[in-house]
Design a protein around this ligand. Structure first.
Ligand code: NAD
Ligand code: AHE
Ligand code: ZN
Length: 370
C-alpha cells in the first residue's frame, strides 16, 4: 500500500513529507493506522545525528496511538479494529528479560529494532522508487500506517482520545513510571527534578500522585514554572539565577539532600549535579535523559561510597502490554492529567514546526494528528 510519512533522509536535515510504499504484515506482524503521534526529544536527538544508533533514511516517531487494520499469520492478541499504543520497549513475556522481575527491557527483538529492521531482518518501507527506508525504535509513528511486531502493541480501551493517549506511548509512562516503578518513591520524600519538559512534568505529576513532600523543579527556562506548578512542583529553581553553586543550594533547599533526584534533560553535567544533590547515605538519582554519542558521566567515587546511588530508567520501567492499558485507565479516570501538556496540534506537513517549537522552548508536547 501507499502511505504518507515524514522521512528523515539524512542526519541533521529537516524531515521530508512524502508518499512511501508499505508492505503488509508478515507472520507475527500487525498493520496499524496511526491516528496521532507526539514529538519526543528523543526523535530530535536521532534526527540531529547525535544518536550513535541513528540510521538513515528512516521514519522516526515512537509516541503514537492508532487502530489495527490487518494482522499477519499467527497473530492472536490483537484483531482489526482494536485500538493500540505502539511500544518501543516490547513485552514478549518469554525472553530471559521478561521473565526477570528486575527489568522491563524485553530483548526479544532489540538487535533488529536497533538496526531499523523488523524481527526477520527486513524493512516494510520503501521509497516510491523502491529504495529501502528503515523503521525506528520498532514504531515509525511519523507514518500514517506502519507495521509492528504483535509483541510491541498494547491494546487499549476504545473511548480514549488518540491525540492524548499517544503521549502514554513515551513521555507520560517514562516520567510517571520512573517514580512508581524505578525509584518506588515513598510518600513524604523530598525530590528534585532537572528539566521541566515533556518528561520532567510527568515525573512531577508522578511525585504528586505518590505523595512526595518537596518537589523541586530545576529549569533554565522560567516559562516552564507555571505549568510545573500546575502538576505539583512546590519549589522552582533557575540555575542561572542561583548565586554560588547549584548543588549546595539544592541540598539546603531539600533539608540535607534529595531522597530522589531525576535528570530529564540528557546533559551529562546536570547528571552529575543530580547525583551530588542526592542525600548522603541514601539518596538515589535516576537518569532518564539520553546523552549524545561519546558523552560520559563522572563524579568522585566518594559520592557513591557515602551512600548515593546512580540509576537509570527506560520507558519508566514499564512492561508495555501490561502497564500501558492501566495508565490509559488512570487518564480516563482522572487520576493523571495529560491535556494541558499537549500544547500544539499539527498536521503531518507541519511536523518540522514541532521541532522548532521544541527548540524554542515553546511547547511541551506537539502532537501530529493524521
Ligand atoms: P524537552 O525538550 O521537552 O525538555 C527538556 C527541558 O530541559 C526543557 O524544559 C529545557 O528548558 C530544560 N533544560 C535544558 N538544558 C537545561 C539545563 N542545563 N539545566 C536545566 N534545564 C535544562 O525534552 P523531553 O521530551 O522532556 O525529554 C527529556 C530527555 O529525556 C531527553 O534527553 C529525551 O531523549 C529523554 N527521554 C528518555 C526516555 C527514557 O526512557 N529514558 C524517554 C523519553 C525521553
Ligand atoms: N540509541 C541511543 C539510546 C536511546 C535510549 O536510551 N532510548 C531509551 C528510550 S528514549 C525514548 O524517548 C531506551 O529505551 N533505551 C533502552 C534501549 O534499549 O534502547 C544510544 O545512545 O545508542
Ligand atoms: Zn520518547
Amino acid at each position: 500500500m501507499k502511505t504518507r510519512a515524514a522521512v528523515a533522509l539524512k542526519a541533521g536535515a529537516p524531515l521530508e513529507v512524502m508518499t512511501v510504499n508499505l508492505e503488509g504484515p508478515r507472520d507475527g506482524e500487525v498493520l496499524v493506522e496511526i491516528m496521532a503521534t507526539g514529538l519526543c526529544h528523543t526523535d530530535e536527538f536521532t534526527r540531529s545525528g547525535d544518536d550513535p544508533e541513528g540510521n538513515f533514511p528512516a521514519i522516526l516517531g515512537h509516541e503514537g496511538a492508532g487502530i489495527v487494520r490487518e494482522v499477519g499469520r499467527g497473530v492472536t492478541s490483537v484483531k482489526p479494529g482494536d485500538h493500540v499504543i505502539p511500544l518501543y520497549t516490547p513485552e514478549c513475556r518469554e525472553c530471559e528479560y521478561c521473565l526477570n522481575p528486575k527489568t522491563n527491557l524485553c530483548q526479544s527483538v532489540r538487535t533488529t529494532q536497533g538496526q531499523g529492521l523488523m524481527p526477520d531482518g527486513t524493512s516494510r518501507f520503501t521509497t516510491e522508487d523502491g529504495d529501502p527506508i528503515l523503521h525506528y525504535m520498532g514504531c515509525s509513528t511519523f507514518s500514517n500506517f506502519t507495521v509492528m511486531p504483535e509483541i510491541a502493541l498494547a491494546k487499549v480501551r476504545e473511548d480514549a482520545p488518540f491525540d492524548k493517549i499517544c503521549y502514554i506511548g513515551c513521555g507520560v509512562t517514562t516520567g510517571i513510571g520512573a517514580v512508581v516503578n524505578t525509584a518506588k518513591v515513598e510518600p513524604g520524600s523530598n525530590c528534585v527534578v532537572f528539566g521541566l519538559g515533556g518528561i520532567g512534568l510527568n515525573v512531577i505529576q508522578g511525585l504528586r500522585m505518590v505523595g512526595a513532600n518537596k518537589i523541586v523543579g530545576v529549569d533554565l527556562n522560567n516559562d516552564k514554572k507555571a505549568m510545573a506548578e500546575r502538576f505539583g512542583m512546590t519549589h522552582f529553581v533557575n540555575p542561572s539565577e542561583v548565586e554560588g553553586d547549584l548543588v549546595p543550594y539544592l541540598v539546603d533547599l531539600t533539608g540535607g539532600g534529595a531522597d530522589y533526584s531525576f535528570e530529564c534533560i540528557g546533559n551529562t553535567n546536570v547528571m552529575r549535579q543530580a547525583l551530588e544533590c542526592a542525600h548522603k547515605g541514601w539518596g538515589e538519582s535516576i537518569i532518564i535523559g539520553v546523552a549524545g554519542a561519546g558523552q560520559e558521566i563522572s563524579t568522585r567515587p566518594f559520592q557513591l561510597v557515602t551512600g548515593r546511588s546512580w540509576r537509570g530508567s527506560a520507558f519508566g520501567g514499564a512492561r508495555g502490554r501490561t502497564d500501558v492499558p492501566k495508565i490509559v485507565d488512570w487518564y480516563m479516570d482522572g487520576k493523571i492529567e495529560i491535556d494541558p501538556m499537549i500544547t500544539h496540534h499539527l498536521k503531518l506537513e507541519e511536523i518540522n514546526k514541532g521541532f522548532e517549537l521544541m527548540h524554542a522552548g515553546e511547547s511541551i508536547r506537539s502532537v501530529v494528528v493524521y
